[in-house]
Each structure stands twice: as C-alpha cells, then as structure tokens.
Design a protein around this ligand. Structure first.
Ligand SMILES: *[C@@H]1O[C@H](CO)[C@@H](O)[C@H](O)[C@H]1NC(C)=O
Ligand SMILES: *[C@@H]1O[C@H](CO)[C@@H](O)[C@H](O)[C@H]1NC(C)=O
Ligand SMILES: *[C@@H]1O[C@H](CO)[C@@H](O)[C@H](O)[C@H]1NC(C)=O
Ligand SMILES: *[C@@H]1O[C@H](CO)[C@@H](O)[C@H](O)[C@H]1NC(C)=O
Ligand SMILES: *[C@@H]1O[C@H](CO)[C@@H](O)[C@H](O)[C@H]1NC(C)=O
Ligand SMILES: *[C@@H]1O[C@H](CO)[C@@H](O)[C@H](O)[C@H]1NC(C)=O
Ligand SMILES: *[C@@H]1O[C@H](CO)[C@@H](O)[C@H](O)[C@H]1NC(C)=O
Ligand SMILES: *[C@@H]1O[C@H](CO)[C@@H](O)[C@H](O)[C@H]1NC(C)=O
Ligand SMILES: *[C@@H]1O[C@H](CO)[C@@H](O)[C@H](O)[C@H]1NC(C)=O
Ligand SMILES: *[C@@H]1O[C@H](CO)[C@@H](O)[C@H](O)[C@H]1NC(C)=O
Ligand SMILES: *[C@@H]1O[C@H](CO)[C@@H](O)[C@H](O)[C@H]1NC(C)=O
Ligand SMILES: *[C@@H]1O[C@H](CO)[C@@H](O)[C@H](O)[C@H]1NC(C)=O
Length: 411
C-alpha cells in the first residue's frame, strides 16, 4: 500500500512543482512567435520613511500577456510583457542571429503606488529596472529550458529576478514548443560543469569526475574507416561568467552519448569534429609523408555555454601533440593536459588515436606516451626488487639446507 502510494505522492509533488509555472503565448494573427512557461520571484528593495524595505513578490498565476507584447516586425524585436495585478509587468525583449536567439533585454516595471505589495512606500509611481545581460539564450528552433533556480540582477535600481521551471521559445517555427531543447548549464548534471570561483573569494570546488570515454571514427569516401579515436575529454575554458560577473574556469566533460562526430581524411591531413548542443571541437592531424610521423597540429573549439556573454571560438593551428608513426596508434592512459590558448586547454583521459593508416577497422600497434612509460617504471622497479628479494631468500635457504645436510651426515 505505502509502496504504491509513494509514486503517487511523488507525481503529485511533481505536478505541484510544475503547476506554479505560468504560461504565456504571444501571437501575430494565427501564428505563435513566443511561448513561455515559467515561475519567477522578484526581490525588490524600496524606500520607506525609516530607510528601506525588501519584499519578494512571486509572479502570480493570474499574470497575463499584456498589451505591448508583440511578434515584432522589421526593426522591432518580439517581446513578451507579462502583466499582473497592481500594475506590474515583466518584460522579455528577444533578438536573434543566424543560429541563436536570446533575451536581449530583461526588464521589470513595478508600481510602488500598490500599497498591498509595497506597504509604507515613501515613493509612489512606476519604476523600471532592466539588464541587457540576462544570460538567457538558445539555439534557434529549440526550446530554452532551465528548471533550476536562475537569479538575474537588474540594475538602476537593483532588483533580483529568480526564475525556475522555465521552458520558452521565441521565433518559433510552429505553434508548439520545439521538442529539441537548449538546456542551461545549471540543469546539466552536477559533474559536468564546475565553474571555479575566482581564487581570491572562495576556495575552488572539487574538480569534476573524470570524463567518460567515447569512441569516435571517420570514414573516407570509400566507406572505410580512416581515423579511429577512443578518449575521455574535458574542456577547461576561462571566461567571464554572466551570472557571477567575473572570470571563471568552466571545467566541462564531453559526454559521449550526447556527442556526434564527423570528419574527413585526406592524404596528409585528417580531421575529427565532435559536436554537442553547446560545443564544437575540431581536431586536425597532419602526416609528414617524409618522416612517416603524424601529430595533432590544430585544435579549434567553439562554445556557446549559457553562462557566457557571447559564444567563443578558440583555436591554435601550430600544435605538436600526440605524435605517432604511420600505421600505428598513439596511446596515453594517463591524463594529459594539452594547452591550446591561454584561456583554453583540453584534458585527455585514456586516449588512443590513429588518424592515418587504419587497417581493418582496428587500431595498429600502440605507441605509449612518455607519461605511461614513466608510470610503468614504478611497477617494474618494485617487481625487480621483489624478484631480487625472492632470489636472496632462495639462495639463503639452499645454503642453509646444504649446511644442515652436511651436519647430519657427520653425526
Ligand atoms: C487564420 O487561420 C484561418 C483558418 O486557418 C484563416 O482563414 C485566416 O486567414 C488566418 N488569419 C491570419 C491573420 O492569418
Ligand atoms: C519563490 O518564493 C517561494 C517562497 O519563498 C518559493 O517557494 C519558490 O520556490 C520561489 N520561486 C522562485 C522561482 O524563486
Ligand atoms: C522604524 O524602524 C524601526 C526599527 O526598524 C521600527 O520598529 C519602526 O516601526 C519603524 N517606524 C516606521 C514609522 O516605520
Ligand atoms: C492603500 O491605498 C488606498 C487608496 O490609495 C487606501 O484606501 C488604502 O487604505 C491603502 N491601504 C493601506 C494598507 O495602506
Ligand atoms: C547596485 O549594485 C551595484 C553593483 O553591485 C552596487 O555598486 C550599487 O551600489 C547597487 N545600488 C543600489 C542602489 O543598491
Ligand atoms: C528553423 O526552422 C525553420 C522552419 O522549419 C527553418 O526555415 C529554419 O531554417 C530553421 N533555422 C535553423 C537555424 O535551424
Ligand atoms: C578508394 O578506393 C580506391 C580503390 O580501392 C583507392 O584507390 C582510393 O585511394 C581509395 N580512396 C581513399 C580516399 O581511400
Ligand atoms: C584549468 O586551467 C587553469 C588555467 O590554465 C588551471 O590553473 C587549472 O588547474 C585547470 N584546471 C583543470 C581541472 O584542468
Ligand atoms: C560587473 O563588475 C564590474 C566590475 O567588477 C562592474 O563595473 C559592472 O557594473 C558589473 N556588471 C554587472 C552586470 O553586475
Ligand atoms: C548518457 O550517459 C549518462 C551517464 O552514463 C546517463 O545517465 C544518461 O542516461 C545517458 N543519456 C542518454 C541519452 O543515453
Ligand atoms: C557548431 O557547428 C555547427 C555547424 O557548423 C553550428 O551550426 C553551431 O552553431 C556550432 N556550435 C557552436 C557552439 O559553435
Ligand atoms: C564507427 O562509428 C559508428 C557509429 O557510431 C559505429 O557504428 C561503428 O561501429 C564505428 N566503427 C568502428 C570501426 O569503430
């Protein structure tokens, strides 16, 4: 009985949690351009005769799409004004480029004359506060999803909006929210992202766990596999966090099951392109046809993480990593740190690659990195020491046995 009740209660709690999200739809004639489901709290400090007072106002379920909402047209951006009792409204002004849309301006209009919400306010009238760095962005034709709490500060005067349970889309291709989602960083699994605090303020959190190992391959025009790679990848990107307004280190593990791969093979260059929702990573390998050695010669990364003020592209095409011989694979079980540019390095784990001369869909003989060889040295030394010890004991035993044997015979 109680076993059956538990899922029911969980479902009910889940429903209650979702139920306080408020839905909005902005239409132009018959066509929907913005749909939003969200919950929000507004934390507002206002003046009273004595000093200031702070209130937290929820976005009520009775909020409606206010006049002033529009799908926009040339020169005017689509906008959603969510109006609610007391003369208050939340404004989302969207903009887009070829690949993404974002909330370009987030604003809040509140009415201090509303003496129910703002008791004893010493100022009356409408106040507007806004920000142009909301941090809310998504790929076009996807739904922006952020179920986690996401606090955004508006300025002049300072107020804080805390969103949660957000699903929304602008520039919609049709009337329903797209099934494909752009998920905010806060919603990604905890181990995936650990924006490191700047060292002066707080100690860095524990680094995320090692990334899972993915298997990637590239086939040439003939349909034969020409590049093979197995590796766990971790990105270390330094950027200015929109939500924290300071420089952070984003340590992000590439999740193989969310990553698609492609690439190309030519005589002396081979590329591997790994793509997930928010990141593109391109490896370029070069073969020196004289020395019959290959190496990783270029790495390029572009990221559009939700907490970044703008997408970044970081690359370096004069690298010399992962050197191996044609027909063989390069292997490094140990973690390797490959610095690319000052603000980006790639950490590899349990790596094996072969960008050229793949035969029969299999890795050739592995050439191990120096670090693995060094690591192998310790067991070898320990093993040799143990073997030496065994030898000494054996010799001592044999000598001892011979002596006692001799002693026995004389009696
Ligand atoms: C709305 O849809 C109806 C029927 O689907 C159509 O007749 C009408 O012209 C449309 N109106 C606009 C403004 O597109
Ligand atoms: C708003 O505040 C209420 C009460 O403190 C809380 O239960 C709710 O989770 C908050 N919602 C958001 C979106 O911050
Ligand atoms: C002024 O502030 C004090 C302490 O914060 C409070 O007890 C008192 O009620 C306030 N007076 C008015 C008129 O708001
Ligand atoms: C709020 O203002 C109205 C008129 O503006 C007044 O009648 C009412 O008493 C006020 N309520 C409070 C709690 O001050
Ligand atoms: C608003 O926030 C900024 C930055 O934290 C701060 O410098 C400023 O004093 C704040 N203004 C008010 C009115 O609190
Ligand atoms: C979004 O969808 C529309 C309609 O399906 C299509 O025309 C457009 O190219 C798509 N845009 C992107 C960036 O995928
Ligand atoms: C495709 O196969 C043909 C014949 O087997 C070969 O000559 C050619 O080099 C192959 N092309 C590539 C890109 O491997
Ligand atoms: C990330 O890069 C920074 C700066 O290069 C470095 O100090 C830090 O140790 C790196 N973190 C990880 C987990 O690789
Ligand atoms: C970010 O911080 C800088 C200085 O640290 C400050 O000048 C700026 O106003 C802050 N911006 C926001 C949006 O808080
Ligand atoms: C991806 O892998 C993670 C961790 O192994 C797992 O929890 C998740 O369900 C997987 N997702 C998909 C879509 O397979
Ligand atoms: C990754 O590459 C694809 C295809 O070129 C592009 O549409 C997408 O915007 C890129 N993503 C990022 C984060 O740069
Ligand atoms: C190459 O990748 C495809 C798609 O994941 C997979 O089905 C295939 O087995 C891989 N081939 C090799 C040789 O690993």
């Amino acid at each position: 009985m109680s076993c059956k009740l538990r899922p029911a209660i969980a479902a009910l709690l889940g429903w209650l949690a979702v139920a306080h999200a408020v839905s909005f739809e902005v239409k132009d004639g018959n066509s929907t351009c913005i749909k939003a489901e969200l919950s929000a709290n507004f934390t507002i400090t206002y003046p009273v005769t004595n000093g200031t007072k702070k209130v937290t106002v929820p976005l009520p379920a009775s909020a409606v799409v206010g006049s002033g909402s529009s799908c926009g047209d040339s020169g005017v951006s689509p906008q959603l004004l969510a109006s609610f009792e007391g003369g208050h409204s939340l404004g989302l002004f969207f903009s887009r480029d070829n690949s993404q849309y974002k909330v370009a301006t987030l604003s809040m209009r509140y009415n201090l004359s509303d003496n129910v919400t703002f008791p004893e306010s010493s100022v009356k009238g409408i106040i507007t506060s806004s920000t142009n760095t909301s941090g809310i962005s998504a790929q076009l034709n996807t739904t922006y999803r952020c179920l986690s709490f996401n606090s955004i500060r508006l300025e002049d005067p300072n107020i804080t909006i805390t969103f949660s349970d957000v699903r929304m889309e602008a520039y919609m291709p049709n009337a329903n929210l797209s099934t494909k989602e752009s998920v905010c960083t806060a919603d990604l699994p905890a181990t995936t992202v650990a924006p490191t605090q700047s060292p002066t303020t707080t100690p860095a959190p524990a680094p995320p766990s090692n990334p899972e190992r993915g298997s990637y391959n590239v086939t040439n025009i003939n349909g034969t596999v020409c590049l093979l790679a197995k590796m766990g990848l971790q990105l270390n990107v330094t950027y200015i966090s929109k939500t924290q307004n300071k420089t952070v280190q984003g340590i992000v593990n590439l999740q193989p099951n969310r990553t698609t791969f492609s690439g190309s093979c030519e005589d002396t260059t081979a590329t591997l392109i790994l793509t997930d929702e928010l990141t593109n990573l391109t490896f370029t390998f070069t073969l020196n046809s004289t020395s019959k050695m290959y190496h990783l010669s270029a790495l390029s990364m572009s990221a559009a993480w939700p907490d970044m003020p703008a997408p970044v592209t970081l690359s370096n095409s004069s690298l010399n990593y992962l050197q191996g011989s044609l027909g063989r694979s390069y292997m490094c079980r140990s973690e390797q740190i490959l610095p690319v540019v000052d603000s980006f390095s790639l950490n590899t784990f349990r790596l094996q690659v072969q960008p050229f001369g793949v035969n029969g869909n299999q890795f050739g003989t592995a050439e191990e990195c120096q670090m693995d060889q060094d690591n192998m040295l310790i067991p070898i030394i320990v093993g040799a020491a143990l073997a030496g010890l065994v030898l000494i004991v054996l010799v001592a035993y044999l000598i001892g046995r011979k002596r006692s044997h001799a002693g026995y015979q004389t009696i």
